[in-house]
Design a binder for this molecule. Structure first.
Ligand code: FAD
Ligand code: MLT
Ligand code: ZN
Length: 473
């Protein structure tokens, strides 16, 4: 037992400080990243039960310059929430801090602790008669602290924005172990620099988010889902334009899925019965959330799809008859990541490009990849409504996955990111930088912006104890 782990046990209780002192203790849940690409080794996994305990843990670590990796549900996809292999870092898991602290119906806000699982937060909002719209495939295990840490996007961004836009106030423990009491529910506050927005998306490198005040929305009167076959990416973009025109703010989801991505779902989860995918290169999933009633929503959807069929941007479509069918269609979309993992190793991208330029980006980049990487298999899908594509690359059929990643990952990333730059996009629209893209950021981020980021990091965390090696390297 080290002096530090001893102190941490005094702060949080012995049961909430897990170490390798007992060789039979399995810390994989905290040390292995979701994609199983990196297994780190922690000095200890610490699970504080309150903000005061988090502050005391950070103070104890800061005194010894021991670095801290904040962790929520460990569903991150860029190796940002697991420790490195040194055995010297503390994983600070927020998993025990799950309370819903307050709901203010008139102010349309909910205040929750960072370790609250997203699905439980959605359920708490629903039980109070409201909607908390953040929604993503990992919602059964990711936490709101991790969502804020990564500024997560998901499938409702086209209407409600990403996590940053859903957050009004934060409680944060800074790198010195002091508590910033910023849990405001104000929608307007111009009293200086926006520290809330600085913390959101900082991937645990500036402090630990312990609680947040978030926006609530009225529940829609009706929600309908449609699945459309489209003949090209340009047709999908045209359909998006029509959907904006016809549905206005009712358009709450617009996801595109390529044929190969859907073939993987069909292969690994045949029970999900993917519709229409065999006859078309792309499918689109649309959601219409209506403030009137189901008949109105259905009428709007039918007229949109008729116009799209006439315009040639849709060749076939199904509208879910009921909630079970709608959930089934969303489940197919959300199973693509899992099907890709079942298929084997892959290279993930979460790029964004102006929507209007996506068809040209995809055509050109597909051709470049095919030319340079024989047998390349592209798993294209994502949040087309936000200009955010998961332009993923699956290891060629029959190839050795580890060898492919070793030999080709950097080449694939460079090729895709150079294209992203040419098309004025971002190399990360959702998952963040973590450790995986840390070497690439200086090549694609504006140098002045990067220098300002380094200055902020140095000012707030001068000893570099908060998640070192992530985002800024
Ligand atoms: P973790 O993985 O534990 O941590 C992620 C990062 O946040 C780390 O850098 C960590 O240090 C930091 N962090 C965690 N908690 C805190 C805290 N309290 N304070 C400060 N920093 C903290 N992401 C999307 O954006 N959109 C999607 O649609 C999406 N779909 C996904 C689907 C699947 C099947 C999976 C596995 C992942 C998906 N993700 C998606 C990625 C992931 O779920 C999100 O990044 C999520 O926000 C991470 O939450 P988490 O609690 O698991 O965080
Ligand atoms: C999703 O939108 O499902 C995830 O962000 C995508 C991924 O696995 O790349
Ligand atoms: Zn996504």
């Amino acid at each position: 037992m080290t002096a530090l782990t001893d102190t941490l046990r005094q702060i949080c209780g012995a049961a909430h400080v897990l170490t390798h002192e007992d060789p039979t203790t399995d810390l994989s849940a905290w040390e292995l990243d979701w994609r199983k690409r990196i297994r780190g080794r922690a000095l200890a996994v610490v699970r504080p039960g309150s903000t005061t305990e988090v502050a005391a843990v950070v103070k104890a670590c800061a005194a010894l310059k021991t670095s801290i990796v904040p962790q929520g549900g460990n569903t991150g996809l860029v190796v940002g929430g697991v420790p490195d292999a040194s055995g010297t870092q503390i994983v600070l898991s927020l998993g025990r801090m799950q309370a819903v602290r307050a709901i203010d119906p008139a102010n349309l806000t909910i205040t929750v602790e960072a370790g609250c699982v997203l699905q439980n937060l959605q359920a708490a909002a629903e039980a109070a008669g409201f909607l908390f719209p953040l929604s993503l495939g990992a919602e059964g295990s990711c936490t709101i602290g991790g969502n804020l840490g990564t500024n997560a996007g998901g499938t409702q961004v086209v209407r409600y924005g990403n996590t940053r836009e859903l957050c009004l106030g934060l409680e944060v423990v800074n790198a010195q172990g002091e508590i910033w009491h910023g849990l405001t529910g104000l929608r307007k506050d111009n009293t200086g620099y926006d520290l809330r927005n600085l913390m959101i998306g900082s991937e645990g490198t500036l402090g630990v988010i312990t609680a947040a005040t978030l926006k609530l929305y009225p529940q829609p009167a009706a929600q309908l889902t449609a699945w459309a076959a489209v003949p090209s990416m340009q047709a999908a973009v045209d359909l998006l334009g029509l959907a904006h025109q016809r549905l206005g703010p009712g358009l709450t989801g617009f996801e595109v899925m390529g044929q190969f991505a859907l073939s993987l779902v069909d292969k690994h989860y045949p029970q999900l019965r993917v519709p229409l995918w065999k006859e078309t290169p792309w499918c689109v999933l649309l959601e219409n959330s209506d403030s009137e009633n189901e008949a109105h929503a259905r009428g709007q959807f039918e007229s949109l799809l008729e116009a799209a069929l006439d315009a040639g941007c849709v060749t076939d479509a199904v509208v879910a008859e009921n909630l079970t069918q709608a959930r089934g269609l969303w489940h197919i979309r959300e199973s693509i990541t899992l099907a890709q993992a079942e298929e084997g190793l892959n290279i993930k991208h979460d790029i964004s490009i102006p929507v209007s330029r996506i068809p040209d980006f995809v055509a050109e980049t597909d051709a470049l990849l095919a030319q340079h990487i024989p047998g390349v298999r592209l798993v294209d899908f994502g949040h087309l409504g936000d200009g955010n594509l998961h332009y993923n690359v699956q290891v060629p059929e029959g190839a050795d996955g580890q060898a492919f990643l070793r030999d080709c990952e950097d080449q694939v990333n460079t090729l895709v990111f150079d294209q992203v730059k040419r098309f004025e996009g971002s190399i990360s629209a959702e998952h963040g930088v973590g450790e995986l893209k840390v070497g690439k950021l200086p090549l694609y981020k504006d140098p002045t912006a990067l220098a300002m980021m380094r200055a902020v990091k140095k000012a707030l965390d001068p000893h570099n104890i908060m998640n070192p090696g992530r985002v800024l390297g």
